[in-house]
Design a protein around this ligand. Structure first.
Ligand SMILES: Cc1cc2nc3c(=O)[nH]c(=O)nc-3n(C[C@H](O)[C@H](O)[C@H](O)COP(=O)(O)OP(=O)(O)OC[C@H]3O[C@@H](n4cnc5c(N)ncnc54)[C@H](O)[C@@H]3O)c2cc1C
Length: 382
């Protein structure tokens, strides 16, 4: 364990990630392109191995087996893991799981900490989110009904990140009279079915449709019968900063890859980087990536200092929004500066582009973030 992790500047976090997990990340990344083309989820075993090597526990509090380094460190490490690992789905799925572990920890429930948070931190379990079902939540099909002390859950969640790789699902459901419940469902509960889901991108992230048919839940699995909306906001708010960190890591990987290619390309007997239009394109890519990174680090630091609103933080939403927009902008720029290479010379750019389109709706649509932030500005709330 290096002491340099306490230095969050420059390349220290990158060096730390390389030293601790570099070999593993290379191994995980090695088959990424082929898996993506085949639509195969990355092997589950990588999650357990990374957890054994301490990735999941980094930011979690010490009383649940973590290293207690906080979200500012974890977000930066997540960014670096995403930058260094060519299997972009891997850090995405890890971070979904750690975000859920963190949300469950925040509840202060000792049984949840023992039965879920600790195993999630140790990598014995992986968790993800079952929220969306192609309808607004007042019209959801998923319903939790009372059954003695517990409940019975039926419904369908349409697009679950890492669904095929996860053991536990944090599911939100209608519970009557316009209320939302939150509960924990396990992949092997009777009545649970997981089927592969198709989308534009994230082909190796084990995307799934989660179907629940009369799933019986003991009372300890029901986190709340009535405050599911607030509960989901706690999760989504924290999640957005991690989504931004993932995005910045992927943007940096794109800029690195683009620069490496441009350093070796020549046209008309000259290195293409000698052409000012090409150098300027690379410069533009770096500038917006660095701005998204600075914004994301700022919210990570605010979170670590306890300065963010836990249910809806405008700066966190802005970091998610800005990084998603800029990730698409630099994909466009890469196509300009690389010529046909980005389209047919290296499949990395196709994966990048397809995945980044998903950042526009994921974690709350860009529109919804703009509307909320606009209303907050109008009311002098920010
Ligand atoms: C890559 C990716 C990963 C995902 N992973 C998961 C996951 O793990 N678990 C999960 O549960 N979900 C997941 N989702 C789903 C994601 O959370 C939703 O797609 C997202 O929240 C948007 O919801 P929606 O698709 O219902 O779109 P909608 O909210 O229906 O949006 C459709 C359009 O209507 C607009 N709109 C909707 N309501 C309003 C309103 N009140 N006022 C004004 N405009 C409005 C939106 O801005 C948008 O333009 C994932 C999605 C993607 C793309």
């Amino acid at each position: 364990m290096t002491t340099r992790l306490h230095d969050l500047s420059g390349d220290a976090v990158g060096d730390f990630v390389r030293e601790r997990w570099g070999g593993l990340l290379e191994e995980i990344g090695a088959g990424a392109g082929e898996r993506y083309a085949a639509g195969e989820a990355f092997p589950r075993g990588f999650l357990a191995r990374a957890a054994r090597e301490g990735l999941h526990r980094l930011s979690m509090p010490k009383d649940v087996g973590g290293e207690g380094m906080g979200s500012n460190v974890w977000g930066r490490v997540l960014e670096e893991v995403t930058r260094q690992c060519d299997e972009a789905a891997f850090p995405l799925v890890v971070s979904m799981s750690t975000s859920i572990a963190f949300t469950l920890y925040q509840s202060g429930d000792a049984a949840l900490a023992e039965n879920y948070v600790r195993p999630l931190v140790a990598g014995e379990l992986t968790a993800t989110l079952g929220f969306t079902e192609d309808a607004d939540f007042w019209s959801w099909e998923t319903e939790l009904t009372r059954d003695g002390e517990g409940g019975v859950l039926s419904g369908r969640k349409s697009y679950v990140t890492g669904g095929l790789l996860s053991d536990v699902f944090l599911v939100y459901a209608g519970s009557g009279e316009g209320r939302l419940a939150a509960c924990l469902v396990r992949h092997d509960d009777p009545g649970v079915t997981l089927t592969p889901a198709n989308g534009i991108g994230f082909q190796s992230a084990g995307m799934a449709v989660l179907t629940m048919d009369g799933v019986r839940l003991a009372p300890e699995r029901i986190l709340t019968w009535t405050d599911g909306l607030d509960h989901s906001q706690l999760y989504l708010n924290e999640r957005r900063s991690m989504q931004a960190a993932w995005t910045v890591g992927r943007m940096r990987a794109l800029v690195d890859r683009c620069a490496a290619r441009l350093r070796t390309a020549t046209r008309q007997g000259r290195p293409v980087l000698d052409y000012p239009n090409v150098a300027a394109g690379l410069g533009r890519m770096h500038i917006v990536t660095d701005a998204a990174r600075t914004m994301t680090h700022d919210v990570l630091d605010r979170q670590a200092r306890g300065e963010t609103d836990l249910t809806y933080d405008a700066k966190i939403s802005a970091a998610k929004h800005f990084s998603a927009e800029q990730s698409m902008l630099i994909a466009h720029e890469a196509l300009r500066v690389l010529g046909g290479h980005a389209f047919y010379g290296d499949e990395f750019y196709g994966r990048y582009l397809r995945d980044c389109t998903g950042l526009i709706p994921a974690g709350g649509t860009q529109h919804s973030l703009e509307i909320t932030i606009g209303n907050m500005v109008a009311k002098h709330l920010i």
